[in-house]
Design a protein around this ligand. Sequence first.
Ligand SMILES: Nc1ncnc2c1ncn2[C@@H]1O[C@H](COP(=O)(O)OP(=O)(O)OP(=O)(O)O)[C@@H](O)[C@H]1O
Ligand SMILES: [Mg+2]
Length: 259
Amino acid sequence: MSGQAHKDSFFHGDGITLRFGGVVALSGVGFHVRRDSLQAIIGPNGAGKTSLFNVITGFYRMDDGEVRLEGDRISGLPPHLVARRGIVRTFQNLEIFTNMTVLENVLTGGHLLGRYGPADFFFRTRRFFREEKELRERAEAALEFVGLSAHRDLPAGQLPFGSQRLLEIARALAAEPRILLLDEPAAGLNMKETSALGELIRRIVERKTTVVMVEHDMDLVMRISDRILVLNYGEVIASGTPSEIQKDPAVIAAYLGEE
Ligand SMILES: Nc1ncnc2c1ncn2[C@@H]1O[C@H](COP(=O)(O)OP(=O)(O)OP(=O)(O)O)[C@@H](O)[C@H]1O
Ligand SMILES: [Mg+2]
């Protein structure tokens, strides 16, 4: 791919390949995500959706291919540096610290970005206190945004499941992502919660945060996504708008073949 194409693309991946021994989880996957849009990634179980998030965020090292954000290479960076570039994720299986309060959980998200060093911490420099204050304000704002402020001092494990999913999103937002990766945010939610979640995600996009969402709930995906990428057995089989994807023969075949 030419340098010019990189410059014109906000967030994209090319030729992403990931193997686990004999299993090819991702095979030559490419994607383009537009700035301030909602990109969904769908596909049957085991298609490679979570694996794609794992290689984007540096949790797994890809065997081949690359990911770039505004032309800068992201692939090859360790997870904390990917996060500092502004790419932050949530987890399919919630990764909440159940014994910590709701607010403390969200603070861990902001700490991803803390730039003060060990010396600042040790000597309690002005920089340390200023950053701690900013982190706290960001965490409070994120809780407010998802509607969990009233529960800030509750142990996170006492929140109902639907609220724990929102907490996971608040923690990611506290890191002020440019790109937010959501892995099955609606899993386990009832219809009312899912509908509210859809509105929340659209509000995140309106705040000028690009969202990439892996999701199985097709009603939600079709309702709120700008574009959809379809994976099947580790390969991209379709990409387009919700209405294009709904009538794509390869997509219909992949889903009908599932059961
Ligand atoms: N750590 C791992 N070790 C070995 N194989 C793995 C590992 N992670 C994923 N895989 C395999 O890679 C393939 C893709 O898995 P992945 O979890 O990315 O799918 P998915 O699309 O997220 O599925 P789901 O919808 O069920 O979450 C599967 O065959 C899976 O068994
Ligand atoms: Mg998954």
